[in-house]
Design a protein around this ligand. Structure first.
Ligand code: DCP
Ligand code: MG
Length: 436
């Protein structure tokens, strides 16, 4: 069981409290740069967005903790960061500069960071049945059924150590009976933090913290709270809830509950897509078979590429052809087992499109679904044996429906280019043709 019958943040039928981990990587982009350039370890490192080596344009995406000592922080202009922390190279030509007070600047390489993030997520999915991916470097895990409070610290340390050892980047981890307390806990001892807040300790853990640390309290609300004499989470937890509600509406009541450590949100899975799709509209409907084929080939390549990036194997390949005015036709082929085979995606997609050779089509799409995730980058057919029973020969199904739930808005313009869509994993973590 993964907690479906239990109210999170509350004891389940066995009297257990939920055990939620929040994992957030330390200075993530900088940590990735250090992984591939170990000389940067222990050094001030700044990663710049819109930054080019040797230049001073762009903004700080992140800074290593050594660089933060000099006042460099996220979203700062690179020029300002350079004033606080000059480049190491500058020390070679300027005798007045102390090399120890200079840093290393690198441009953002998001593809690389995403691949490192995927390696981390692999470990997280291995460690928990329910993982909610929040961003490239952050996730919540519900591990209630994987461990117990008496050994939760060791469990969390194991996850943290695996990330360190197997991926080569550092995570801070918070453990608590609910999501908001777990998030505050992971931030509490950054970097390289591990903070466990046991059930019954949440309110006393939060009490001394600045009210601004409570999720949902931004700088503006924090200022308004201060005007009411509320400085800490403890002050907020002890305030008159009616007065808070009168001032902030329903949000006031929610902040009051959060400050008291009450948070009944369930950790729901997110991040393992159920399907990957791309679609593209023609400026005007076309019946030119070559144009349609060419577009579908491009989309097939993009979808297969995306699947490979995500380490996803697919068992179903589908196309969509929208005929005027808005008739959505989908055709799908299911394979006997999951594959990572871009050529096959293209071949099958073009074959499925054949049925619409003579039709006037205003939009086409390609989708892969029935996804499974191979461990690591390398995919092979070796996983077939462990999958659901083969269907025998490829079967063709025609299912008329919208392409998927999170379908992108209609774009009637070639210049908008292909649009991308990923459907979330459903709560049961299953995918099937019925989801079409
Ligand atoms: N990021 C960004 N621009 C921002 C904030 C963050 O590009 N304004 C990117 C760079 C970060 C990554 O997102 O490395 C993760 O964001 P975090 O807020 O988790 O920041 P870090 O991981 O860098 O640092 P921390 O150790 O505080 O988590
Ligand atoms: Mg982080």
């Amino acid at each position: 069981m993964t907690g479906g019958s239990r109210l999170p943040g509350t004891p389940d039928g066995d009297g257990r409290d939920a055990i939620v981990l929040h994992v957030d990587m330390d200075c993530f982009y900088a940590a990735c740069e250090r992984r591939r350039e170990p000389e940067l370890r222990g050094e001030p490192v700044v990663v710049g967005m819109g930054y080019d080596p040797g230049e001073s344009h762009g903004a700080v995406a992140t800074a290593s903790y050594e660089a933060r000592e000099y006042g460099v922080e996220s979203a700062q202009a690179i020029g300002e960061a350079l004033d606080r922390l000059p480049r190491r190279a500058a020390a070679e030509t300027d005798p007045d500069l102390d090399p120890a007070a200079t840093g290393h600047y690198r441009p953002v390489d998001i593809d690389y960071y995403e691949s490192v993030g995927e390696e981390v997520k692999e470990i997280l999915h291995d460690s928990a049945d329910v993982v909610r991916e929040v961003s490239i470097d952050e996730a919540y895990l519900d591990v209630t059924d994987r461990t117990a409070w008496t050994v939760a610290e060791g469990f969390a340390r194991h996850v943290k150590n695996r990330i360190d050892r197997e991926v080569g980047v550092t995570a801070s981890v918070g453990v608590a009976p609910n999501m908001s307390a777990a998030k505050i806990a992971s931030d509490h001892d950054k970097p390289d933090g591990l903070v466990v807040v046991e059930p019954g300790e949440v309110r006393s853990f939060l009490a001394p913290l600045d009210a601004g640390e409570i999720h949902g309290v931004g700088p503006v609300t924090a200022r308004e709270l201060r005007e009411l004499g509320i400085e800490t989470a403890g002050d907020l937890a002890g305030a008159d809830p009616d007065a808070l509600e009168a001032r902030f509406g329903e949000r006031g009541a929610e902040l009051y509950r959060r400050a008291r450590g009450e948070d009944d949100r369930e950790v729901t899975p997110r991040g393992r897509p159920k399907s990957l799709s791309r679609e593209s509209a023609f400026t005007e409907a076309t019946d030119d078979p070559d144009r349609k084929r060419e577009r579908v080939r491009t989309l097939a390549e993009a979808v297969a590429d995306r699947a490979r990036q995500k380490g996803a194997l697919y068992r179903t390949i589908a196309i969509k052809a929208v005929t005027p005015p808005f008739d959505v036709n989908t055709r799908a082929t299911s394979l006997p087992g999951p594959v990572d085979d871009p050529e096959l995606v293209e071949e099958v997609a073009v074959e499925l499109l054949g049925e619409f050779d003579d039709a006037s089509v205003r939009k086409v799409g390609v989708r892969v679904s029935n996804l499974s995730f191979a461990a690591g980058e390398q995919t092979s057919l070796g996983g077939w044996g462990g999958q659901s029973a083969p269907d025998g020969d490829a079967e063709r199904t025609g299912v008329a429906d919208s392409f998927d739930a999170s379908d992108s808005p209609d774009l009637d313009d070639d210049s908008n280019g292909p649009t991308d869509a990923e459907t979330d994993a459903d709560p049961a973590g299953q995918s099937s043709l019925a989801d079409f």
